[in-house]
Design a protein around this ligand. Structure first.
Ligand code: CP
Ligand code: NVA
Length: 308
């Protein structure tokens, strides 16, 4: 089997995503009923994290344990990537010991270099450019609640960031429409947007939050300042005034619209407390589904999926 990586949603087909979802559904069903699954017994996952994390770290660690495998966590002070050792030498060495590597880092280019030199599969656990595992879990959550992705209108309110970029790549694969409302100057990466549109993504970028929210099936948001942008937080707080998911915005969406957030959330900034805690919010379903979907991703990368 040729080594595969999951660095962005570009290199994965719709059929593969659907196969991952059906395995995730089975693993979720089994877990809820106490059925042990041991697909990755004897395997080890290395976890390189250069930024903080709760959901990604715990869902990968727990997921690997539930699959019968083990993990090695490597925080920012351990490898000293690019200082003590090059990204390439790091993953070349790791590949001799472990079966899978998940990386949370800043630059997508560093991740790509790591994957290029690794002989073990590499998973993007978030970079400045993409967050593919998050958006796969979000799409899975939408299918659970809405029964399908096709024909949905997803409104993303906020920053044209890593999560938004992965949404645009997901829109290349699935026929939903993705409307991103962001302030001027905070548009998504032009190349990611161009490619996603060129590849058939039904994508619209606007400054008008009402236009995005009107008739939406899901209202999605994320922090205004991502990890690594802490020093811009105040400027961004001013720039993003009006780009908040609140009751007035929810009222413009469909009556049964879902409210989504990848978390962590800054209540009172990109989303109000009452909306986050309200009946339409599925934010903790999204967090839970990180576990099930990533377990399926790990099985896919280590063992392949039948028929794909
Ligand atoms: N949504 C998400 O990736 O959360 P963490 O940053 O806590 O991993
Ligand atoms: N855009 C956020 C996502 C956190 C899960 C960040 O990069 O910090």
């Amino acid at each position: 089997m040729k080594k595969r990586d999951l660095l962005s949603l570009r290199e994965i087909s719709r059929a593969e995503i659907e196969a991952i979802f059906s395995l995730a559904r089975k693993l979720k069903w089994e877990l809820k009923r106490g059925v042990a699954h041991r697909q990755l017994a004897g395997k080890t996952l290395a976890m390189i994290f250069e930024k903080p994390s709760l959901r990604t770290r715990v869902s990968f660690e727990t997921g690997m344990i539930q699959l019968g495998g083990d993990t090695v966590f490597l925080g920012p002070d351990e490898i000293l990537l690019g200082v003590r050792e090059s990204a390439a030498d790091c993953t070349r060495s790791l590949s001799r010991w472990v079966d899978l590597i998940v990386v949370r880092t800043f630059s997508q280019q560093t991740l790509e270099e790591m994957a290029h030199y690794a002989t073990a599969p590499v998973i993007n656990g978030l970079t400045d450019l993409f967050h593919p595992c998050q958006v796969l879990a979000d799409c899975f959550t939408l299918v659970e609640h809405k029964g399908k992705l096709a024909g949905l209108k997803i409104a993303f309110i906020g920053d044209g960031n890593n999560v938004a970029h992965s949404w645009m790549q997901a829109a290349e694969k699935f026929p939903f429409s993705f409307v991103l409302a962001c302030p001027k100057g905070y548009e998504p990466n032009a190349e990611v947007a161009r490619l996603a549109k060129e590849n058939g993504g039904r994508i619209r970028i606007t400054q008008d939050v009402a236009e995005a929210a009107r008739g939406a099936d899901a209202l999605y948001t994320d922090v205004w300042a991502s990890m690594g942008q802490e020093q811009e937080a105040e400027i961004r707080r001013r720039a993003f005034q009006g780009y908040q998911v609140n009751q007035a915005l929810v009222a413009l969406a469909k009556r049964d619209a879902l409210v989504m957030h990848c978390l962590p959330a800054h209540r009172g900034e990109e989303i109000t407390h009452d909306v986050l805690e309200g009946p339409r919010s599925v934010v903790f379903d999204q967090a839970e589904n990180r576990l099930h979907v990533q377990k399926a991703i790990m099985v896919w990368l280590v063992k392949g999926l039948k028929g794909k």
